[in-house]
Design a protein. Structure first.
Length: 118
């Protein structure tokens, strides 16, 4: 896997993680862009739209009206490590733990869940 492929796969994992802990499992692309920037992925809306389109082709997310990204059940399974998807980085143990904390409502877990911090 090239460095570019790794970055793309990890950014897609971060997108799924952000959607998995968003209200109603969905975010407008601008809000998703801001969330990704908070954890170190500075990206254009065009790049984000392309990633979300790719995730939709894989059945991991879908695009709703007004550029809203929506997580699918399969996307949730990939986000929390229950399933693998080629082209999406598998979350590490600390990311899975943080996601589970965030899904349970524990405060302060958002950044750890997306960024992988311990």
């Amino acid at each position: 896997m090239s460095q570019t492929d790794y970055i793309d796969a990890d950014r897609r994992r971060a997108i799924l993680s952000a959607l998995s802990i968003a209200r109603a499992y969905q975010l407008p692309l601008r809000a998703l862009q801001n969330t990704l920037e908070d954890v170190g992925y500075v990206t254009t809306i065009d790049r984000l739209r392309t990633d979300c389109g790719w995730l939709a082709e894989q059945g991991l997310a879908k695009m709703g009206a007004n550029d809203v990204a929506i997580l699918t059940e399969r996307g949730m399974d990939v986000a929390i490590g229950r399933a693998d998807s080629h082209g999406v980085q598998r979350p590490g143990p600390s990311q899975v733990s943080a996601l589970k904390e965030a899904l349970a409502g524990a405060g302060g877990a958002l950044s750890r869940a997306i960024n992988g911090g311990g």
